[in-house]
Design a protein around this ligand. Structure first.
Ligand code: HEM
Length: 498
């Protein structure tokens, strides 16, 4: 009997030694990780503004960190070379997926919408269709008449409430930019302006994962009604989107004509595809495509405009330099899309805005479909990847005086900084790169340039514009921008003729 106890004791001892050895070995193989709490893991370290909290952690633990948010493993990357290793080279396909979540189930029509779809044939098809009908340079050329008209509309609006070159008037620019973006995207999608009785906030970007995804028991006990909130938002969005589709069908039926030439809006084009392939292009797929234009394209772009104008108001010398560049154009000529390529300094201003205030500071979460190796460490399948673009853009090892607003840093850079590798990635990189980037750059450039050309701009008060960030899913200003403006005498005639 005694011998049996000895053998059993020895056996347990060996297992314990082996367990300790494996733990140590795994710890060495996995990227650095701060101490975690039971159940919560590292959630307590990332309460608000994840990009800021993760930047602090990366300063302490290095540019590659492994975390657990509840049950979900996360890899956080904060250097250009590691971002490159994840998003291109050998790991790009592995990380080209998106994590599943309560949001992706409801708001993403069971993860079938472009931004949330896993990597594969369906995602590839959505990218192809949206590129052909929305994002290609031919389409952008066609849409440019829409955004030119809408930019002129806000110029006229500003002028009608202040046409006196001697009086300054204060305007809420935050609402004006948001209204502009909703009208532009809505016209591209449905051929008409955003309905004035419909609040645009149903399409404000949502966090793609939340507490219930990390601690599933909360979902089962209905904690905070999180899931209910997502379902209710989905129903509101779905009802609105279905209304747009039904109305288009009705108008086409009344018109009595469905000729391809007449199908100009995105919905009309998608309904043509539906006629040809009804099993694939269901109403859900059509709604998913429209939804992504309204949710991914509006707030991101209008917030970038707001940050750009805020920074200019805080740096009148930069504003003057931008004005000087615009002055070189023919007197009285109102800026148009084709002038943008002749305005390199305006492009530097946009880049500097995107560097300091990237609308998606940690990009959109990616997800690994296989085990892989990053920075020499093992990363298991099923890990969510966050690339902290915000931290890379403000890293003193990557950018000189990173917190200083200096558009000149982009001067002379190829393609206005576009080819700066992974040190500048406001639109992400690799397979999941933002397909709306070119549209966004043109929209921000034309809006900002036309506003600077037509009006004088100043801060609404003596104090600097507050650049505090909000806590939203995309990086907006905590306080909406108010700015003072008056028409420029040399442009009054041109504006009056719009
Ligand atoms: C300044 C404006 C914008 C910024 C900063 C921005 C940024 C981004 C970023 C960082 C991503 C994720 C990239 C990744 O996963 O690594 C993304 C994805 C996406 N963006 Fe944008 N975006 C902007 C405007 C737009 C516009 C105007 C549209 C369309 C009208 C758009 C449509 C999309 C779509 C559909 C995706 C998902 C792509 C995919 O998952 O395959 N974005 N954007």
């Amino acid at each position: 009997m005694e011998l049996l106890y000895t053998i059993l004791g020895l056996f347990i001892f060996l297992i314990a030694v082996k367990y300790q050895y494996l733990r140590k070995k795994n710890r060495k193989l996995q990227p650095p990780s701060p101490p975690a709490l039971p159940i919560l893991g590292h959630l307590h370290l990332v309460k608000t503004a994840p990009h800021l909290a993760l930047q602090k952690l990366s300063i302490k633990y290095g540019p590659l960190i492994f975390l657990h948010f509840g049950i979900r493993p996360f890899l956080v990357v904060s250097s250009p070379s590691l971002a490159e290793e994840c998003l291109t080279k050998t790991n790009d396909i592995i990380f080209a997926n998106r994590p599943e979540s309560v949001s992706s189930k409801y708001l993403g029509y069971n993860s079938t919408i472009l931004i949330l779809s896993p990597y594969g044939d369906h995602w590839r098809n959505l990218r192809r269709v949206t590129t052909i009908h929305m994002f290609s340079s031919i389409q952008l050329q066609r849409f440019s008449s829409i955004w030119t008209e809408e930019i002129h509309f806000i110029i006229k609006k500003l002028f009608s409430s202040n046409s006196d070159e001697k009086t300054w008037k204060v305007k809420d620019m935050s609402s004006l930019f948001r209204e502009l973006l909703f009208n532009v995207i809505m016209k591209i999608v449905a051929g008409k302006r955003w309905p004035s009785d419909q609040p645009g906030d149903i399409f404000s970007p949502q966090a793609l994962t939340d507490l219930c995804d990390y601690i599933p028991i909360l979902r089962w006990i209905g904690y905070g009604g999180l899931e209910k909130g997502v379902i209710s938002l989905h129903q509101k969005r779905d009802e609105f989107l279905q209304g747009l589709i039904d109305q288009t069908r009705k108008e086409e039926a009344e018109d009595g004509s469905c000729s391809t030439e007449r199908r100009k809006t995105i919905i009309q084009k998608l309904l043509s595809l539906q006629e040809a392939e009804p099993e694939y292009y269901t109403d859900e797929i059509v709604k998913g495509i429209i939804q992504i234009m309204l949710s991914a394209g509006t707030h991101t772009t209008s917030q970038t405009m707001e940050w750009a104008l805020s920074s200019l108001l805080n740096h009148p010398n930069v504003l003057q330099k931008a004005r000087d560049e615009l002055e070189k154009m023919q007197p009285g000529h109102l800026l148009n899309d084709s002038d943008l390529s002749k305005l390199p300094y305006l492009r530097c201003i946009i880049n500097e805005t995107l560097r300091l205030f990237p609308a998606a500071p940690t990009l959109v979460p990616h997800f690994s479909s296989e085990d892989c190796t990053i920075g020499g460490y093992k990363v298991p399948k099923g890990t969510t990847l966050l690339v902290n673009a915000w931290a890379i853009h403000r890293d003193p090892n990557v950018w000189e005086e990173p917190n200083k607003y200096k558009p000149e840093r982009f001067e002379g850079m190829d393609e206005g900084g576009w080819n700066e590798g992974f040190k500048f990635l406001p639109f992400g990189k690799g397979r999941r790169i933002c397909p709306g980037a070119a549209m966004a750059i043109r929209l921000v450039g034309l809006t900002l340039g036309t506003l600077i050309q037509c009006f004088e701009w100043e801060r609404a008060g003596p104090e600097m514009v507050d650049l505090e960030e909000n806590q939203g899913a995309t990086l907006g200003k905590a306080k909406p921008l108010e700015a003072s403006y008056k028409p420029r005498p040399s442009m009054i005639k041109t504006i009056s003729q719009l």
